[in-house]
Design a protein around this ligand. Sequence first.
Ligand code: ADP
Ligand code: MG
Length: 332
Amino acid sequence: MAETPFLQARSISRSYGGAEASGVKRINLDIIPGKITAIIGQSGSGKSTLLRLFYGLLSPDEGVVEFKGERVWGPEEKLIPGHDAMKMVTQHTDDLNLFARVWDNVAAMLPSTNVKVKEEKTEQVLTQLNMMHLALKRVADLSGGEKQRVAIARAIITRPEVLLLDEPFNQVDTSFREGLQHDIRQIVKETGLTVIMVSHDPAEVLSMADELIVLKDGEIVETGHPKVLYHAPLNLYTAELLTNCNVLTVDEAKDCGIETEKQAVVIYPEWIRLNNVLKTNKWTVKEVLFKGFYEDLILENDGVLLRVVNDDSGKYNNGDIVGLKIKKWLEY
Ligand code: ADP
Ligand code: MG
């Protein structure tokens, strides 16, 4: 007997009327339980719409969303919209009580029937999210990143089976973000929580997700493990979402010694090595972009610009002449 799918979208479409490209179209998706699925796509590609359809904040015009074999009810059919086994966290932390302490904000999500259990669970979640030291602070006194942690703690303390995250880390600075990403991964590992997250930060999805879903104009254009999609994206669109790649026209590619029958050549900055200058291989350093332990060099030759990773920081200056070797490229 086939196992019942966990959370599944079966050919769902939802349009907002008006603009043709709005909403999502014919989405088929099987969410893997106990894993982190990340939905990526340009702004307006339908990421939030899809997340809201999974949660039941929107009803599909066509098709059906099923959780463990049962249809997810839309907002018209339910007093409190949103599936009971799921929780959603967005950038907006409006439902926090700013004047109450962190501890009380989180504990308030549990019934008061058993005070001891309530205390234990609150402490457990605050510990998992590394925020016991904030427990007695008022939410109003927290940073944006800390408020997001409170929102996530409130979402997971009720032990939902699915946590939906709609770009919740946008307002969080980088150093905080990495900690939070790590803690969420850890919780997924320890508790088997299923996470569906929307993000447009390549570093975030590549390091966090077990599965990537790429949306374009409301449709899925490819899915797969982050490593696979990074190294061999089927679409130029995916490559541009996941990397800061060089996209060359056929003529520009020719200048780099690459002949192609297709329309575009994609070269990731790390696929280019600097080597000997030859008469036919002369590039000028136009810009050196300091990135900490490495640099991005912008090189120019005959009007063609290339971004190159250089891990030998400080070696090159504007105006230097270098040669290069392209180790790998993709054609679209
Ligand atoms: P994303 O989250 O990827 O930025 P959304 O799912 O929010 O995209 O939106 C997808 C498309 O649907 C966009 O073109 C957007 O303008 C449109 N859209 C989203 N919400 C509404 C709405 N409430 N009314 C009309 N159009 C909407
Ligand atoms: Mg959105």
